[in-house]
Unconditional design. Structure first.
Length: 238
């Protein structure tokens, strides 16, 4: 495997720390973005399902027939003759039965935010993708945090966990690069190529740092063995 002695004019330890911090920042941003999109998609789907589950509301208004009778009597007197005039006026309104039915759709004030079937299907399909992206971002957050701790304590096992996880990420990026190239999506393929190059270089830096930890531990073991042999020789000579 190709071994590096430095990372962009920095030592392998410093370069590994920089890679871990940058990876941690990227995972935090991804977690916030995908979490926001996933929550919005889930909220839109819930609203659409609530609207589909509630039926229309019917309001009926009926007017009963009304009859009004008015009788007025007017008596008029003059000096020469007396006459009595009785006027009876009866007015009745014809029975008028009117029934109005108004159908009020649910959430009438929210018709502007109603999703079309195509948009709803897109939300349903994108929700699992956002959830998977959130989980992957959380795993990346944990792996980069362990890498920072492993570099600080010079613990090889924590560095190995990051290398395994980053290797899986490189494999996914390679598959995505091949797929975009097969689908003739040039811009996405170029972006995947750049990401694959940066991730591959970062993996080589961390792997080289892990090998340097192994070599330093090997030197320490050899030095302790040599020191023990020297003490044994001194004891045997006495």
């Amino acid at each position: 495997m190709l071994n590096l002695n430095s990372c962009c004019s920095f030592s392998l330890k410093t370069g590994t720390k920089i890679i871990a911090v940058l990876g941690l920042a990227v995972c935090v941003i991804q977690l916030a973005v995908y979490g926001t999109f996933g929550a919005k998609a889930l909220n839109d789907i819930s609203k659409a399902l609530d609207q589909d589950g509630s039926g229309p509301t019917t309001v009926s208004t009926s007017t009963m027939p009304t009859t009004t009778n008015t009788t007025s009597t007017t008596t008029a007197s003059t000096t020469s003759t007396t006459s009595t005039t009785t006027t009876s006026t009866t007015s009745a309104t014809k029975p008028n039965k009117a029934k109005r039915s108004a159908v009020t759709p649910p959430y009438a004030s929210q018709t502007s935010s109603t999703l079309t079937p195509e948009e709803l299907n897109m939300k349903v399909v994108s929700l699992p993708i956002y959830m998977i992206a959130v989980v992957l971002s959380m795993v990346g957050l944990v792996s980069n945090s362990l890498l920072i701790h492993g570099v600080s304590k010079e613990r090889e096992g924590l560095v190995v966990f990051w290398l395994v996880w980053m290797g899986l990420d490189l494999l996914l990026e390679l598959v995505e690069l091949v797929w975009n190239a097969y689908m003739s999506q040039g811009w996405f393929a170029m972006l995947n190529l750049l990401l694959l190059s940066g991730s591959g270089y970062s993996w080589l830096v961390v792997a080289s740092y892990r090998q340097s930890l192994e070599r330093s531990k090997g030197y320490q073991v050899k030095a302790s063995d040599s020191y023990q042999e020297l003490q044994d020789m001194e004891l045997s000579s006495m």
